[in-house]
Design a protein around this ligand. Structure first.
Ligand code: NCD
Length: 449
């Protein structure tokens, strides 16, 4: 791990903000020191202006801040609908063109940089491919061969990126809250590519896109997220996003790897795998976060026997269920190799959708005018109150927006119909509730649903 960084875990995840579009401090967020390390205290920011705290006066409706994406929790409902809509159009365009760059190039002349303090294959490369397809130039700042190794602080590294003329910084960092810190010290958009155990918003967006592609809808689906939930930023961002769009989310794993409380309404926590998988439409396995489990790594054989997904476990889900995993997969632990070859396994499709979702996020952040003649927005992102005033907030609004868009796009609607008829052919699949393993706790359900 690069010098000056310390992985941290946090306590219970924060719920959805009361008002979408307003930065909400994450409960027990770990601070980032000037050296990029972590301290157990709130951020203390120096230099550039920062986002308003809860008691700060509301910003002007027309205040323009860069459109950063630091988490699903802080993404306003109109912005969420905007990004998802762009993502679907990007995917359709890529499928039509066989993956050729968009013409005319929407981000011609723009430069982005990936600044990754943790390893990555899919996320980093898909941002590079996405930038290329949009006509932007993508650079990587190789942290392991950079001045970070000479002790340069996160803040100074970020500010150097801005001084070099990058139009956006894509940041992955082991400290929870690092992306929000970066967004506060930079005058260009920051995209969170994973911050410790905090959030991984573009993963959740690509997962939502993958589910929409296969199921045609999100509302009403049962999504079982299984594994090391406690340390997974993927689980947290997905739970926040999918529950907000009306899915019924189940978080499941060994009791020691489950969070103390659901992150938001619409989310149920259970250690009982059978219960989570019963009649699930989507099964999402998570990687064991070895790097965040120092000293508390579970027995992997025990984990595999209790929470690994193989053909027998998948039988509990609906016959037309899809099997997801953010990757990289520990083959034979989280997923039995047999199910990775099953046609229901959509792991590689997630990677394809990842390119489209990241194209959408880059375009949204760097070219905020709504395409196809839609009116411009005075401001957007976390500090943009415009959407809050224009659109009703809450899951109903997001659901309606997504549903309207789906209705407007035939291939997506057709995909939904196919999924429905498949389900009808399968006879609805009512699997009797199983007996939970002895000692399993009762599920914890968030209030509100
Ligand atoms: C995830 C990550 O890094 O958070 N991977 C990814 O982005 N494809 C999940 C993981 O590494 O477990």
């Amino acid at each position: 791990m690069p010098a000056g960084t310390t992985p941290q875990s946090v306590g219970p995840a924060a719920g959805l903000p009361q008002r979408p579009g307003v930065l909400t401090p994450v409960a027990k967020t770990v601070g980032v020191t000037e050296a990029g390390g972590a301290v157990d205290r709130p951020f203390h920011l120096r230099g550039r202006s920062t986002s308003p705290g809860p008691s700060a006066p509301a910003q002007s409706r027309f205040a323009r801040r860069p459109r950063s994406l630091t988490g699903i929790a802080t993404l306003s409902t109109p912005d969420l609908a905007d990004v998802l809509s762009r993502a679907r159009r990007m995917l359709a365009a890529l499928e039509r063109s066989g993956g050729r760059p968009l013409a005319p190039a929407p981000l011609a002349g723009r430069r982005i940089v990936t600044l990754f303090y943790e390893n990555s294959t899919r996320t980093a490369q898909s941002f590079h491919v996405a930038a290329h397809l949009l006509g932007a130039a993508a650079f990587d700042l190789p942290v392991a061969r950079s001045s970070v190794q000479k002790g340069e602080s996160l803040r100074d590294t970020l500010r150097t990126c801005e001084a070099l003329g990058f139009d956006a910084v894509i940041l992955r960092h082991p400290v929870t809250g690092a992306a929000a810190y970066a967004a506060a010290v930079l005058g260009v958009p920051v995209i969170n590519a994973g911050d410790g155990t905090g959030e991984h918003p573009t993963q959740a967006l690509l997962d939502a896109l993958t589910i929409l592609r296969h199921k045609g809808r999100l509302a009403g689906l049962k999504v079982a997220i299984v594994g090391d939930v406690r340390h997974s930023r993927v689980a947290r961002s997905n739970a926040l996003l999918l529950a907000r769009l009306g899915a019924e989310v189940w978080l499941c794993g060994p009791p020691g790897l489950l969070p103390a409380a659901p992150p938001c309404p619409g989310v149920t926590i259970t250690p009982c795998l059978d219960e989570a998988l019963d009649a699930a439409d989507v099964v999402m396995a998570l990687r064991i976060q070895r790097e965040r489990l120092a000293g508390v790594l579970p027995d992997l054989g025990e984990y595999r026997r209790g929470w690994g997904i193989g053909p027998r476990q998948l039988e509990r889900a609906r016959p037309d269920a899809i099997l997801m995993h953010p990757g990289p997969v520990n083959r034979g632990i989280e997923l039995d190799p047999a199910v990775m070859d099953d046609p229901r396994c959509v792991v590689e499709d997630q990677v394809r959708c990842g390119v489209a979702a990241r194209m959408a996020v880059l375009e949204w952040a760097l070219r905020p005018v709504r395409p196809e003649g839609a009116k411009d927005e005075p401001a957007g992102g976390e500090d943009g109150p415009a959407g809050d005033e224009d659109e009703p907030s809450g899951s109903g609004a997001a659901e309606r927006l997504v549903a309207d868009e789906r209705a407007a796009e035939a291939p997506w609607a057709a995909a939904g119909q196919r999924a429905e008829s498949h389900r009808a052919e399968a006879g609805g699949v009512a699997v009797a509730p199983p007996e939970c393993a002895a000692g399993a706790r009762r599920p914890v359900v968030a209030n509100g649903r």
